[in-house]
Every structure is written in structure tokens, then in C-alpha cells.
Design a protein around this ligand. Structure first.
Ligand SMILES: *Cc1c(COP(=O)(O)O)cnc(C)c1O
Length: 230
């Protein structure tokens, strides 16, 4: 059994250290515990240990888990979708998740808006800085136009940007991607009529401290909390 309490304490301490190095308030960094492949019981346990935000990368896997966690803890954490969403699962995703971090096309955003049924849907635009043509995510040059079109959709609340450092990045390459995400956000805030975009979701187990130094407001941490995935 993983020592979930100890793991969470260590992650929180590392977040505080990284924030201190950057002169930032650690309270300005939201920790999302990424529970993909983990059973509902482990999710319930980390919620009991103070984790309020939980991330899953697949609608199908989350479907049963969200319900089971609810039954175990009686309260609802904030559920974040952090993996690719097929448009035909948009309705189901809206039922399960409080935030969709992985919006990677305008068509997906339009589908979410159309299925919102009066609700305001919190989303992040996923941006990819690497060279793999098959990876999902907006390319940096596409983001401004995409954000403009999404800001016109009333039922969407475009809260910011999300990225995953390109696969195989060195720490310096990951840091460069995080810095570019922050710069992109600043650029958008200057150019777009509605300058919210407060959130920067970046950083996972191997690189969340770097991401915090570069301005992350949300970090998505799986293995450092739950242990290695089986
Ligand atoms: C799995 C995953 C994470 C967490 O990764 P760890 O290395 O376990 O911290 C974060 N973000 C996304 C998009 C993921 O798929």
C-alpha cells in the first residue's frame, strides 16, 4: 500500500518550496490528484486527506469511479478531465466533470457549448509545443484564433491554458514549454477583448516544481501521490 498521507505531505511541501523560490503564494497553486488507473477507494482516501481536485484522463474510466467515490465519501471533489475527449462523449463528460482541461479543437468547444443545457462549462485550451504531428492540442500559432471563437460561445468559461511537456523533454525543455505557455497567456490577455485566462495548468510528477517556478496555477500530479501505476 502506498503511503498516501506521506506522499501528499511531501508533494505539498515541494509545492511550497517551489512557490517560495519563485516568490509566489503556494495557495495560488491548485493541486489536482490524477487518479487514472487508481481504484475509487484510493481516491476516497486522498479526499479524506484533503485533496479537493481529482483528475481523470478517460470519460469511460471516470464514469464508474465518480459515482463510487461519491458513495464512499459522501461529498464531491472537483473532477477535471485531462485527457482527449471525443465529441460523441461530450454530454457524458459534462455530467461527470467540473472542468474540461483538454479542449483541443474549436469543434469540440462548440459541441460542449451546444450540450451545456444552461450550465456554464469551465474549460482550458490544451496547447502542444512539441514536434509530434499526432499529439493532440492546439499549436501555439492557432491558439489566439481558437480562443477568440470560444470566447464568443456564451456557455463556455475559458479559464486559461493547459499543456503537457513534450514526451522525453529534459527538465530545461519542459521549463521552456511552461515558460512559453505563460507567455502565450500574457499575449492573449493583451490581445483578446476578455482578458480572464487566469489559469495555467502545467506540471506533472516529474516537473511540477519547474512548472510552479514558471507560473503554474494548477499542477496535475499522479504518481507522486498514488505511487507508480500498475
Ligand atoms: C497521467 C497524467 C498526469 C499525471 O502524470 P504523473 O506523471 O502520474 O504525475 C498529468 N496530466 C496528464 C494530462 C496526464 O495524462
Amino acid at each position: 500500500m502506498a503511503d498516501l498521507r506521506g506522499n501528499i505531505e511531501r508533494v505539498r511541501a515541494s509545492i511550497a518550496d517551489a512557490a517560495a523560490r519563485a516568490g509566489r503564494d503556494p495557495g495560488a497553486v491548485t493541486l489536482v490528484g490524477v487518479s487514472k488507473t487508481q481504484p475509487a477507494e484510493a481516491v476516497a482516501e486522498v479526499i479524506g486527506l484533503g485533496i479537493e481536485h481529482v483528475g481523470e484522463n478517460r470519460v469511460q474510466e471516470a464514469a464508474g469511479k465518480v459515482e463510487r467515490v461519491q458513495a464512499l465519501v459522501g461529498t464531491r471533489p472537483h473532477w477535471h478531465l485531462i485527457g482527449t475527449l471525443q465529441r460523441n462523449k461530450a454530454r457524458q463528460a459534462l455530467d461527470l466533470f467540473d472542468m474540461i482541461q483538454s479542449v483541443d479543437s474549436v469543434r469540440l468547444a462548440e459541441t460542449l457549448a451546444a450540450r451545456a443545457e444552461g450550465r456554464t462549462v469551465s474549460i482550458l485550451l490544451e496547447v502542444y509545443f512539441g514536434a509530434d504531428p499526432d499529439r493532440p492540442g492546439f499549436r501555439p500559432a492557432e491558439v489566439e484564433e481558437a480562443a477568440r471563437r470560444m470566447l464568443a460561445l456564451e456557455s463556455l468559461d475559458v479559464q486559461g491554458l493547459m499543456t503537457v511537456a513534450p514526451f522525453g523533454s529534459t527538465p530545461e525543455q519542459a521549463r521552456a514549454a511552461f515558460r512559453r505557455l505563460r507567455q502565450l497567456r500574457e499575449q492573449l490577455q493583451e490581445r483578446l477583448p476578455v482578458a480572464r485566462l487566469t489559469e495555467l495548468s502545467m506540471g506533472m510528477t516529474d516537473d511540477y516544481q519547474l512548472a510552479i517556478e514558471e507560473g503554474a496555477t494548477i499542477v496535475r500530479v499522479g504518481r507522486a501521490i498514488f505511487g507508480e501505476r500498475g
